[in-house]
Design a protein around this ligand. Structure first.
Ligand code: SAM
Length: 286
């Protein structure tokens, strides 16, 4: 018997014939103790609306409801799981809304607006779209964002790139974009054996919370452009790597107070914000 008195997830999967599909990044968590641990990491849930991307058969969804989320809005692309989610919605009247569609295309901010509650995002992300989803959340405008926290499961290697410190091997675009106006930390790992089917690699839960202001002012678009140029050729000196975005990299670097012989991996997050800000000034935001 499960604590929410719904059937065990294995039975749900068997009942609705939910064979995991690789193309949809489906690795299901069937252990409610584990999904509740993830839900608790996103606390407090009471008085909050939770956006969950990819509920699948509903292991994490059930945990979020059990742990007290006032409302869960779950976006799922695979219509096969809808009957299983419908059973959960019936069990928790008025607390689970399921939206069928592609999370990359749906306006999530709009979706949660009508709930009129503070919002947290919690998800065991499909690995094939985890990075573009994260970029959408951390680059959203206006700031502070519509969400109060992101509690997300990634492949461990991606989690390392999100939380990396300057100078480390994993430090790159993802770290800069995740940390220029948020703090990001890895909370705990989950081994492959915990999933059905087991993925090849370890997964990690990451917690991202917004800072009130960016570490230094710039726009998301320019920061993306500058980091793409700098890390696109990370072995090259900045004065060469930045040629792809400006005719005069030396002027840009000197305006930002940076040494053009350095490489991207030697800068910190603030340096990238400064570069982006100066690039905006010099190019008039072009
Ligand atoms: N939350 C469930 C769990 O923890 O067991 C399932 C997680 S599984 C890693 C990822 C889920 O995301 C799958 O249910 C998959 O169908 C769904 N998914 C994949 N691509 C999606 C997309 N573009 N939009 C919404 N959901 C998607």
């Amino acid at each position: 018997m499960t604590e929410d008195s719904l059937p065990p997830l294995r039975d749900v999967i068997a009942k609705y014939g939910l064979r995991a599909r690789k193309s949809l990044g489906q690795n299901f968590l069937l252990d409610l103790n584990l999904t509740r641990k993830i839900a608790r990491a996103a606390a407090p849930l009471e008085g909050h609306a939770i956006i969950e991307i990819g509920p699948g058969p509903g292991g994490l969804t059930r945990a979020l409801l059990l742990e007290g989320a006032e409302k869960v809005i779950a976006v799922e692309r695979d219509s096969r799981v809808l009957p299983a989610l419908h059973d959960i919605a019936e069990h928790w009247p008025g607390r689970l809304e399921v939206v069928e569609g592609d999370a990359l295309k749906i306006d999530q901010a709009k979706l949660v607006e009508k709930a009129g509650l503070p919002v947290r995002v919690v998800a065991n992300l499909p690995y094939n779209i985890a990075t573009p989803l994260l970029a959408g959340w951390v680059l959203t405008e206006p700031w502070p964002p519509w969400w109060q926290s992101l509690t997300l499961m990634f492949q461990r290697e991606v989690a390392d790139r999100i939380t990396a410190s300057p100078g480390s091997r994993s430090f790159g675009r993802l770290a800069v974009l995740s940390q220029w106006r948020s703090s990001a930390r890895r909370l705990f790992d989950i081994p492959p054996a915990a999933f059905t089917p087991p993925p090849k690699v370890t997964s990690s839960v990451v917690q991202i919370t917004p800072l009130p202001e960016p570490v230094a002012a710039c726009t998301p678009d320019t920061l993306q452009k500058v980091t793409a140029a700098a890390f696109g050729q990370r072995r090259k000196m900045l004065r060469k790597a930045l040629r792809s975005i400006t005719k005069d990299p030396d002027a840009l670097l000197s305006a930002a107070g940076l040494d053009g012989t350095k490489r991207a991996e030697e800068l910190d997050v603030r340096d990238f914000c400064k570069l982006a800000h100066c690039h905006e000034q010099q190019s008039g935001g072009e």
